[in-house]
Structure formats: C-alpha cells, structure tokens
Design a protein around this ligand. Structure first.
Ligand code: NAP
Length: 432
C-alpha cells in the first residue's frame, strides 16, 4: 500500500514538505491543497515585488508540483470545500502548511482608525492578493509610519519610497504602482520598540535603504551604540553589519537632492494611534532595553502621519478541528507533530520567522518524523477527495490550470514588468 498525504497550503513550507516526501516515502501520493487558484504562498503574495531574485525559487517549486505522485489542487478551501476532519479520514497523514496570514494586533487605542493597516493586508494589496486587492489604502498625506523593525517593515518602506523607474522590473500590481506614484509621501518613519542592536532586519535589506533614488535615510547618531555589545555569537555578524550600516546612514551626507526622508526611530514603542476617525499621528513612548526587554520611560511623543502600517508579525488563521497554541497563534505542535497522522510545517508550526530557505530544513525535519510514523491504512487518498469535491461542485484548478493563469499573467505584462497578476479568483477562473 502506498501512503497518501494531504498538504494544506502550497507555499514554501508545504512545497518543501511535498518534495521531501517524494524522496523519503517511496510511492507517496501527495495532494497539495490550496485555497487560491495560484500556488507559492508568500513567494507570490508576500515577498516584495522588487525582489524578483527571491521569487525565482518558484521555478523550483513548479518542478516539485510536476513530480510523479504530486498533485496541485488549487481553489480548494479547507473548511469550506472540504473539512479538516474529512481530510483526516481520507489520507494517511495531513500536513498543515497554511502559514500565518492574520496580522497580529497592536493592542493599543486607535488601531482601528481609518488609515491604519496591518502589513499582511498592505503587502497583500500591492502584491495583488485576492484577500487584499480591494484595500485601497489611504495614501493622501505626506507622513507614513511603519511600526516594526523587521524585514517586512523594510519591504513596506522601500516599496513606498521607490520611484516607478525603480519598480520597473517588479511585479507590483498596476493599481498599487499608480497609487504609490501618485501619493504625496514625503516623510516615512520606521519605528522599532527596541534599539538598533535588537532590530531583526538583516544587513542586505537594511543596506538597500541607502541606495534609493529619491529617499534619504535619517538616523540619529546619538541613538547608536559604538558596538553591539553582548549578543549571541550566532547573531554577532549580522548585528555588527547592521550597526555599521546605521552609522553610515547617521553620517551627514545629505546634499538636498532626495526629497523624501525615511527616519529610522529606535526605542519607540507605540502606545496609541491618535485621531478621531482617521489617523493623525502615532504616539510613542520612549523605551530603554534592559536584559533584552523593553522598559517604558514614561516619556511620550507624537509622529504626525496619515497612514500607519504595523509590521509586527502574524498569527495563523485557525482551521476547525486543529488544536491551536492560542498564545503564539500557531498550531499546538511538538516538533511538527500535532496528533497521530497530523503535522504542521512552516509558520503554522513555528510562527512567522525565518527566510524561505529556513522552511526547507524545517519541512525536511518534519518529513523525517512523518516517514518514521506513517503506516498506510489503505485510505482512499486523492480519489476519495476527487469524489467528494465533484459531488460538491468544487472547481479544482490543477497544475495545468495554474500554468495557464501564469502564462496569461506574464503575457499581459507591460514594459519590463515580468507579470501583471490577476487579483481576484473570478478573473483567474475566467481564463481557464
Ligand atoms: P520580525 O522580524 O519578527 O519583526 C517584527 C517586528 O515587530 C520586530 O521589530 C518586533 O519588535 C516588532 N513588534 C512586535 N510586536 C510589537 C508591538 N506590539 N509593538 C511594536 N513593535 C512590535 O517579523 P517580520 O518583519 O514580520 O518578518 C517575518 C519573517 O519573514 C522574518 O523572519 C523576516 O526575516 C522574514 N522576511 C524576510 C525577508 C527577506 O529576507 N528579505 C523579507 C520579509 C520578511 P521586537 O523585536 O521588540 O519584538
């Protein structure tokens, strides 16, 4: 008997798991079930549109989807088209790879004011994610504040700061490119609640901010320590490079040629979003870091703005029947094991951390456990799912369907853009 696997989610962690299963479980039948008609998860909907080099990994993921024993079942929402319990009955093992796609809340007054967005929604908007393509964020004032000191915060400020020429080879959606180009953005602020040494952004991403055509980076030299001090050996190299770059940014070289400023604020914890119905400012409390933890000083100050993007992390969208670790917003799992025959990989397993390649090692480790655990019980697998979905009239988008959508998207791109995405499921289904 050959074992059957359902993987929920066709993003990096799910596709690395599918690939590992083909290698480690001979004859495995693997169904990669995806809510959207399009695969690749955050590679399509999260990775910044101007980071095409990162997106090139999707070629490798395409090869995985084309492998013997692997099927792509797009446009199949678990919880709607089929339940998690049904998948458990149908397959020898179910692997949850649905990521963490809900914006973590700031938990401060005013965060529901107009003009305040979570980075998942905001990034999804400029990346044409069907859940967020209608966001139409307010970008009509000079000030924009991005909260968070991670790589997502950097992505957001960079995309907002770039000129259309700098975005020419990106796959940003045309509507977002137009909205950003027309926006009167002049004062960008990126704020971290801890210090420059504690920031989680990485040197390559930080360095890019120093090479923007119309935007200069402003850093208060007095906020920067001379050295990173006592940090873990594994973090030392990247933190030292970050600090070196920040010192370069803090050195006064402004010749007045760049009209947009990007101020990097440190030790600034958001305590309120100020405004009546629309955001007018973010109120920050100055902090100091003690033993790596943020301690408020009681001193507050406001940064005026018309738009706020909070880039402070994500939690998982719960799946009915899957036990959750509510505090962390991920599945309740131990090293990827949730229950007999149920596993998690990627951000659903460990939370929103790491780069795409981090998921490779992580998924391989979980597949090693699965390969040791699995004992095929003659379950119906994909044939059972086919029958169920046919009965329910669900329109599956298979690999050929995705390839068709892909071809039409790339074919309709203008200029040097590699593709112009379809942003609604209806548009995608219409080309099939
Ligand atoms: P992240 O690196 O964890 O950064 C989250 C930021 O939000 C941190 O600065 C954190 O501060 C801050 N934060 C959390 N809660 C907060 C609160 N209540 N108030 C104020 N600030 C708060 O996460 P991310 O930027 O969302 O990125 C997710 C993962 O994707 C990361 O591993 C990232 O490296 C990766 N990624 C990589 C790339 C790339 O390689 N180019 C691009 C995008 C994303 P504290 O540190 O104080 O908690």
């Amino acid at each position: 008997m050959t074992p059957s696997f359902a993987i929920i989610g066709a993003g990096p962690s799910g596709l690395y798991a599918a690939d590992a299963l083909t290698r480690k479980v001979p004859g495995a039948r693997i169904d990669v079930i995806e809510r959207l008609p399009t695969p690749f998860g955050l590679v399509r909907g999260g990775v910044a549109p101007d980071h095409q080099g990162t997106k090139a990994i999707s070629r490798q993921f395409s090869r995985t989807l084309g492998k013997e024993g692997v099927r792509f079942l797009g446009n199949v929402a678990v919880g709607e088209a089929v339940s998690f319990e049904e998948l458990k009955q149908l397959y020898d093992a179910v692997i949850i790879a649905s990521g963490a796609e809900v914006d973590r809340r700031l938990g401060i007054p005013g965060e529901d004011l107009d003009g305040v967005y979570g980075s998942g929604a905001f990034v999804g908007w400029y990346n044409g994610h069907p859940d967020h393509c209608h966001l139409a964020p307010l970008l009509d004032r000079p000030g924009v504040v991005v909260i968070g000191n991670g790589n997502v915060a950097i992505d957001v400020v960079r995309v907002l700061a770039k000129t259309p020429e700098e975005m020419a080879t990106s796959d940003i959606c045309a509507y977002a490119a137009e909205a950003i180009a027309a926006a009167p953005i002049a004062e960008l602020t990126m704020a971290g609640r801890r210090g420059p040494v504690e920031a989680s952004f990485t040197p390559a991403e930080l360095g890019e901010l120093g090479r923007l055509d119309k935007c200069r980076v402003v850093v208060d030299a007095s906020a920067l320590p001379a050295a990173v001090g006592d940090v873990a050996d594994s973090d030392r190299a990247y933190k030292e490079k970050n600090l070196e770059t920040l010192h370069e940014f803090a050195a006064p070289t402004d010749d007045g040629s760049k009209p947009v400023s990007l101020t990097l604020l440190f030790h600034a914890a958001p305590v309120a979003i100020v405004g009546d119905s629309r955001v007018e400012a973010v109120r920050f409390e100055r902090t100091r870091v003690e033993d790596g933890r943020t301690v408020g000083t009681g001193e507050t100050f406001d940064v005026p703005c018309g738009t706020v993007v909070s880039a402070i992390g994500y939690v998982m969208s719960p799946i009915d029947g899957v036990p959750m670790d509510e505090g962390r917003g991920i599945t309740a799992n131990t090293d990827g094991r949730i229950a007999p025959g149920v596993y998690a990989v990627g951000w659903a397993k460990r939370g929103p951390s790491g780069t795409i390649p981090t998921n490779r090692a992580d998924s391989i480790a979980v597949v090693d456990l699965i390969a040791a655990d699995v004992s095929p019980a003659g379950k119906p697998g994909g044939e059972g799912l086919n029958a169920l979905l046919a009965e329910r009239g669900v329109r599956i988008v298979d690999l050929n369907g995705w390839n068709r959508i892909d071809a039409v998207e790339t074919g309709r791109a203008t200029g040097e853009h590699p593709r112009e995405k379809f942003t609604t499921v209806d548009e995608m289904l219409a080309v099939l």
